[in-house]
Design a protein around this ligand. Structure first.
Ligand code: MF3
Ligand code: CO
Length: 256
């Protein structure tokens, strides 16, 4: 079996460009969000932006996934399938997960937003989920192990009184959307591989206002919280270096 790939400087530059286009895609989708919009419209907009840069959406047809963007509303954690029948309404929260392939290299990132006026608890969940990513990021340093990322995310979520989904994990990313290693958002019993400069991984905490347990809906994709509590998702593709980790899924002038 192949081990964990270490990316060359050229590969990193391609992933940086994939990540820049992905950040622009997220920003265009964010600006368009409003009550009355369907998740189908979000998907079409995201796909259009990705293709306008000559890129391919990573998710379309991935293991049969039928769209370019994952649109997960409220108790939906991840992999919600866009539909003309799913209309955003005031007070909803929505997670948008997207992937871009640029010259054969992937970038993968997710954001969660509120629609119109949202409850304080919803805002708290969104902000804490984002912060849990940054806690994980600060542990993503050469010489540490994959488990240190999960420990950082889980201990922060615990402090916040929030649930950490364990059935889905982050992952290596590069020539493929999903590469080694798996990157859990919790403290595993094994320490996992040692982090090395040149590794590129997607750190993607999925956090709930309730319990960690999840279910798959009959569509075979949509993951919901078992207790139907609200869930949020925040993800970036990052690079391990000799020093501070670098977020690759970002663009100048676009907030993370
Ligand atoms: N970011 C998601 C993940 O890493 C990708 C969605 S997979 C798809 O699992 F099949 F929905 F495309
Ligand atoms: Co991912």
């Amino acid at each position: 079996m192949w081990g964990i790939s270490l990316k060359s400087q050229e590969e990193i530059e391609l992933m940086r460009e994939a990540g820049r286009i992905l950040a622009i895609t997220h920003e265009e989708m964010r600006k368009a969000l409003a009550p009355g919009m369907s998740t189908y419209d979000i998907d079409k907009l995201g796909e259009e932006v990705i293709r306008s840069y000559g890129c391919e959406p990573s998710f379309l047809n991935y293991q049969g996934y039928p769209a370019s963007i994952c649109t997960s509303i409220n108790e939906e954690v991840v992999h919600g399938i866009p539909s003309k029948k799913r209309i955003l309404k005031d007070g909803d929260i929505i997670s948008l997960d997207a992937g871009v392939i640029y010259k054969g290299y992937h970038s993968d990132s997710a954001r969660t937003y509120g629609i119109g006026e949202i409850a304080d608890t919803s805002e708290y969940l969104i902000e804490a989920t984002k912060q849990s990513f940054f806690e994980g990021l600060s542990a993503a340093r050469a010489g540490k192990h994959v488990r240190d990322i999960g420990i950082a995310i889980e201990s922060y979520a615990d402090e916040c009184g929030l649930g950490v989904v364990i059935d889905l994990v982050g992952h290596g990313v590069g020539k493929n959307l999903h590469e080694k290693p798996e990157v859990p958002n919790y403290a595993t019993s094994r320490r996992g591989p040692k982090l090395k400069p040149g590794m590129t991984i997607a750190i993607e905490p999925m956090i709930t206002l309730g319990d960690y347990d999840v279910r798959w809906l009959d569509d075979g994709w949509t993951v919901v919280t078992a207790d139907r509590s609200l869930a949020a998702h925040y993800e970036n593709t990052i690079l391990i270096t000799d020093g501070d980790p670098v977020i690759l899924s970002k663009a100048d002038g676009i907030p993370l």
